[in-house]
Design a protein around this ligand. Structure first.
Ligand code: CAA
Length: 261
């Protein structure tokens, strides 16, 4: 597989890919080279039949401290509009397999937004979230004005985005931004994320990817359209061997062995 310089990749458990952001001197600031490598690694794992779920993490100190300020500070309006600056960040939302963010330390600006593009967010008690773009004279551009607002509501999103203040893992949990705060200690949040990924990788991949697609559709479609999509995709699963195997295993009181067919 491809050699990367800004990220590390590994396979800690069967079916699980782990991507570790690795620019420690810049607190994992999300430079263009880093984001290109992340996109490429995600695409490679997405098309790898051995992989069922992907974990994205950073270091104990920083999940990611945002877009790379040094890279963008001298850009002009004409540059950013012609390049569609940060437009490629949404590449991540086209990955079909579940992505779990394991967040320790700073998840600021684009770092918080990167976590919000994942399907599940776990945080250690050290996690510090925030959208400090307002301090830089800009606004978030990796999705926070939309995803944070959907996740935690207008008043909280306005407070966070307009003041730039950080918020804790406990607040993020209380507000429903993350699924939970995972116990203290180095590496614990990554271990837990890998466990969840392993559990997901043990299911039928067609059903898993369909489930991800339908939940994400809840953000795009009306209720009637979303329910229709859900039911039609559910019907489609009756064409899979995994549905036959899952239901046969239930009636035979044994564990299902999914073949992803
Ligand atoms: N871009 C580039 N470099 C960054 C960076 C960033 N976002 N965040 C940190 N760094 C660099 C620092 O410049 C510093 O480098 P040097 O040693 O070369 O000076 C190194 O990482 C360590 O950082 P600090 O010395 O600042 O560490 P600290 O512990 O004192 O503070 C921090 C940590 C509070 C996270 C602070 O670094 C910080 O506020 N970073 C910027 C956070 C931010 O504003 N993020 C939003 C970026 S804009 C964005 O993301 C747009 C978007 O919506 C996509």
């Amino acid at each position: 597989s491809t050699q990367f310089t800004n990220i590390l990749t590994s396979r800690p458990e069967p079916g699980v890919a782990l991507i570790t952001l690795n620019r420690p001197k810049a607190l994992n600031a999300l430079s263009s080279p880093l984001m290109n490598e992340l996109s490429q690694a995600l695409k490679e794992f997405d098309s790898d039949p051995q992989i069922g779920a992907i974990v994205v993490t950073g270091s104990e100190k920083a999940f990611a401290a945002g877009a790379d300020i040094k890279e963008m500070k001298d850009k002009q309006f004409a540059d950013v509009i012609k390049e569609n600056w940060l437009g490629n960040w949404s590449d991540m939302t086209r990955i079909q397999k579940p992505i779990i963010a394991a967040v320790s330390g700073f998840a600021l600006g684009g770092g918080c937004e990167l976590a919000m593009m994942c399907d599940i967010i776990l945080a250690s008690p050290t996690a510090k979230f925030g959208q400090p773009e307002i301090e830089l004279g800009i606004i978030p551009a990796g999705g926070a004005t939309q995803r944070l607002t959907h996740a935690i509501g207008k008043s909280r999103a306005m407070e966070i985005i307009l003041t730039g203040r950080h918020f804790s893992a406990q607040e993020a949990e209380k507000w429903g931004l993350i699924s939970r705060v995972v116990g203290d200690g180095e590496g614990v949040v990554v271990k837990e994320a890998v466990e969840i990924a392993k559990t997901i990788a043990g299911k039928g991949q067609i059903a898993v990817q369909t489930a991800k697609e339908t939940v994400n559709a809840a953000y795009e479609l009306s209720l009637a359209e979303g329910l229709r999509l859900e039911r039609r995709l559910f019907h489609g699963l009756f064409a899979t061997q995994d549905q036959k195997e899952g239901m046969a295993a239930f009636t035979e009181k044994r564990k299902a062995v999914f073949t992803h067919l």
